[in-house]
Design a binder for this molecule. Sequence first.
Ligand SMILES: [Zn+2]
Length: 454
Amino acid sequence: MKRIRIEINASRRGIRFDVPGTRMFKSGGFDLQYSFDTSTSDRGLLSMGLGLLAPIIDRNVPGEIEIVLPQPMPEADVLAWRRYHMLPSRIHVRTATTQHKPLARSSEPSGNSPIGLLYGGGKDSVAALVLAEQLYPNRPRDLLRMHWSAKSPERHREAFESHVLPTLGKRTSFEYFSVSSTMHAEVIDRADAASIHLARYLCSFIPYIEARHPHFLCHGYDALEFHGSAYRRAHPQVLRYIDSVYRDLGVPTTIRSLCFALPPKLGFGMIAKLRPDLVPAIYMCESLDARWCYKCRKCFTYGILCLAYAVEAEGFDLQRMFNPAGSYMTRIAAQLERTDSSYTPLELADLLAYPAHFQAVSGWGEDVVRGARVLKLPTEATSLLERTFLAIRSHSRLHMDELWIQAAAYEGGTDFARGLRTIGERHDLGLLDLPAVGGTVKGKNVRYLMFDIE
Ligand SMILES: [Zn+2]
């Protein structure tokens, strides 16, 4: 059996992980740097090491393996991470031989414990922030941001802190906690970094969890992302494994997604209706050189959402985004004009939305075109948008823009669902009570959205 050692060195504001004798990281490991003082428990550090590295070791080292951490790990934690990541039985972890003394349980989270929002900055993050304000008005909000850009976590951090935080800070209150990770810059195979999925955040913020004891930790996946198995590790049922890890650290918190039942256009619509001043604070484009590059799909998505709700967002130039001579619309027009026999609508679909969102986006045409007229986009731009949505109209599923009340109850219980329903009714947002029969809604499989998957 091959032994793989994980070394962990914690300092006041940083944690270094090394895997000596392997060739998975350029420098043998990676660093996490925190914006706040940390004093992570030994047990918390072991969970971070296993949760962040076990899937990567699994991808890189064949055969029977024993993972050896700086100390033997409590069996309950090993089991939780094994189930969360679905680690194969060939991977063994050295566990504590004596029964680990359970930590003293702290009381239930107090009434003023904060809500920890894992904050990417996009529409789902802002929608979660708005829902937290509305549904939990007395709780402080913590914005948790991870900077991980492979090119430069530092530039990524600077871009976020100089563009997004000031806009947000003028319009709502929060405390900001960040961690910069060199994992993406250090991995030799990019797919290794992707293989740990949500554990990137759930582990890296363990020092925060131990310091702040949040009421719950909220991630931002939206409803439509749960249709595929790729999102298993963000599913409410699977996240219960990690709740138990946190609980055994003495922190009675849960992991949630306030956007679980909220399709993306509705998420944006909720921001536009409830907190229009937060629309310009949405941060989607990943260009490090400009706030908006007007060349990527994320810029395009933000643009059509603004049009769909006829919102002119400060700092975003709709005329430039939808200029038929601009780079993005030129690519769309080229697809519309293709007549060659090898043509499939796939390339056009890919320009319009990422796969999980395509069916929903294809139904936005009417609203987008109406908004383009209201906002007085040049006629050529409006007609190009009209032709684009006409070409894909047959793919649309209208119910995908509605708030799925039953799914909300499944994720957050009946009080949460009732709160969302009230918001929906008050602001005239579409609501849908999902018929749970057979796991389908009007032909769409919703197994990953509402059904037990483990
Ligand atoms: Zn962009």
